[in-house]
Design a binder for this molecule. Structure first.
Ligand code: ZN
Length: 150
């Protein structure tokens, strides 16, 4: 278990240090701002949505390691998926990080996102981990909306 925890931590640290899809895509046609005042995390999620397909996903912003790594891994996870699949991943991710830490983690279908299972033990970090996802959801819902975790 501690090896697994170290692996999780190294993935999160890597994505914080070198966030993937940290850019504003030229073809972006959806975006939303997310703000987690509790921690100081701020980000903008950009999506290029073509019909039912998320052709591109990216973000810009600044925040703690958990929020940055979460946004980075999220953009990787939803790129190329359908909008319905992206929402389904959000549901699975949200259920994972808010589940009982003493129960076995339900990570089926989440792929690399399972590295956030450890967040369950730190309720104050849940908002950091889910900020990018709430913001992506707002962007999908349409237009430039602002999301605050407060
Ligand atoms: Zn944070």
């Amino acid at each position: 278990m501690s090896d697994l925890r170290e692996l999780y931590q190294s993935v999160i640290l890597d994505h914080n240090k070198r966030p993937r899809n940290f850019r504003e895509p030229e073809g972006a046609n959806r975006s939303a701002r997310g703000d987690n005042p509790l921690c100081g995390d701020k980000l903008i999620v950009f999506l290029e949505v073509d019909g039912e397909s998320v052709k591109d996903a990216a973000f810009l912003g600044s925040g703690c390691a958990i929020s940055t790594a979460s946004a980075s891994l999220m953009t990787e996870a939803i790129k190329g998926k359908s909008t319905a699949e992206a929402e389904k991943l959000f549901g699975g991710f949200h259920a994972l990080v808010t589940s009982d830490p003493t129960a076995p983690a339900e990570t089926r279908g989440l792929g690399k996102l399972e590295v956030f299972a450890g967040v369950r033990e730190f309720p104050v970090r849940v908002k950091c981990a889910t900020l990018a996802w709430h913001t992506m959801h707002a962007a999908l819902a349409g237009g430039a909306q602002a999301v605050s975790t407060e």
